[in-house]
Design a protein around this ligand. Structure first.
Ligand SMILES: Cc1ncc(COP(=O)(O)O)c(C=O)c1O
Length: 414
């Protein structure tokens, strides 16, 4: 216990006392000690089922042995690139991304996080078009560095840092008419998440992305798909855009690309879009980006997804989990408004904002980790690993039903 108290004190003194208070309030007075598969074990040996999946990072669960082995191999040979000789894992990973991304997406640049992937995508869109304007969606989440924060559609995060980048318009997600009103021949790019993640797991109606693609083509505007959260199998296909067969001009990836072992992100684009970087390749650089440990992790991750049939498994398990949650919703409409999502990316919209914290705490009491979405605290998200077995999903559903039952009793008393 000393160890836990000491850790919390260090958070209070050296990191952020508000974060420490929030964790305590949620019943999270635990220090993580190790993790494997879908289980995180704390320093007292208590085991939690990880249903949050590192906000979408743990598609393969924790410490997948094949990714661990690949990274150990790089550690023993060349972990970080010398920056001047050719880097084979980076070349291999760029080739694999060209193979699995749709259409003629071909060239990649590697970075270390989602927000950096978005920054690169925004820069290259301006470089390729010479145009100045961008369109993003209300409620979108693209990261918190200045460029991606400008694209992010939530005032809480944006206001304290204004003025942000110029010439950004935010339109209603899913509304094609408002997109057309905002778009013109000065627009460089539209940036969208195929499913809004932090916005509350918002799945657009079928045909929306196709219509966005057609509109972009009409005005010569580039389409940036921010697949940082939806990409690499999370929705039951390689990418969120694959559900509509849409090819963006630029795709941003991160989170699950490193297999939950290494931080890595990328932006990938068509040869036409890449032309400016080919002419002047040092317009965008990164010291750590594309290091060997990260790239071998990425390569191993893509291989594991294929070898273990994880796209199908994620689609099937996700449908099972969603159906189970929908059954709970039918029984408790006073607590749950709606269940939505695709594959292992599921949002549970509650009727009352305050219920989210209570539910989280109750689930933690049952040793299950879930959280709400950053831009929409009314929505609890479940993003388990694609490898989570059905028996474990059953355990999660049972605990969730109990937690909802208790929340329902509290709401009824109000
Ligand atoms: C769609 C999307 N884009 C970008 C980001 C930012 O990624 P990172 O936290 O790695 O900077 C996130 C993070 O949640 C995201 O969900």
């Amino acid at each position: 216990m000393m160890f836990v108290e000491e850790t919390i004190e260090k958070y209070e003194k050296y990191l952020n006392p508000s974060v420490a208070r929030l964790f305590r309030f949620m019943g999270l007075a635990s220090v993580e000690a190790k993790a494997e598969g879908w289980i995180i074990t704390d320093s007292d040996g208590r085991e939690f089922i990880d249903c949050l999946g590192g906000y979408g990072m743990f598609c393969l669960g924790h410490r997948h042995p094949k990714v661990v082995e690949a990274v150990k191999g790089a550690l023993d040979t060349i972990p970080m690139c010398g920056e001047i000789l050719f880097n084979r894992p980076m070349a291999d990973l760029a080739e694999r991304l060209a193979e699995i991304t749709p259409g003629n997406l071909q060239y990649s640049f590697f970075v270390n996080s989602g927000t950096e992937a978005v920054e690169g995508a925004l820069k290259i869109a301006r470089l390729a078009t010479g145009r100045k304007k961008y369109i993003a969606a209300q409620n979108a989440f693209h990261g918190k560095t200045y460029g991606s924060l400008t694209a992010t559609g939530r005032d809480l995060f944006r206001k304290p840092f204004e003025p942000l980048l110029q010439n950004f318009t935010h339109v209603e997600f899913g509304n094609i008419a408002s997109l057309e009103v905002a778009m013109d021949t000065d627009t460089a790019a539209v940036i969208l998440e195929p499913i809004q993640g932090e916005g509350g797991i918002i799945v657009p109606t079928d045909g929306y992305l196709t219509a966005v693609r057609a509109l972009c083509d009409k005005y010569g505007v580039l389409l940036i798909a921010d697949e940082v959260q939806t990409g690499i199998g999370r929705t039951g296909k390689w990418f969120g855009v694959d559900h509509e067969g849409v090819t963006p001009d630029i795709m941003a990836l991160a989170k699950a690309l490193g297999g939950g072992i290494m931080p890595i992100g990328s932006f990938t684009a068509t040869p036409e879009v890449w032309a400016g970087l080919i002419e002047s390749p040092f317009l965008h650089t990164s010291t750590f980006g594309g290091n060997q440990m990260a790239c071998v992790a990425g390569l191993a991750t893509l291989k594991v997804i294929e070898e273990e049939d994880l796209l199908n498994r994620g689609a099937v398990s996700g449908a099972y989990l969603k159906k189970g949650l929908e059954e709970i919703q039918k029984d408790y409409p006073l607590v749950i408004k709606e269940v939505r999502g695709r594959g292992m990316m599921i949002g549970i919209e509650l009727t009352k904002e305050g219920a989210g914290g209570m539910l989280m705490s109750l689930m933690i009491d049952s040793n299950i980790l879930i959280a709400y979405t950053l831009n929409n605290p009314k929505v609890i998200r479940m993003e388990p690993s694609l490898i989570m077995p059905i028996e474990v999903i059953d355990q999660v559903l049972e605990a969730f039903r109990k937690a909802i039952q208790q929340t329902n009793a509290v709401i009824e008393e109000l």
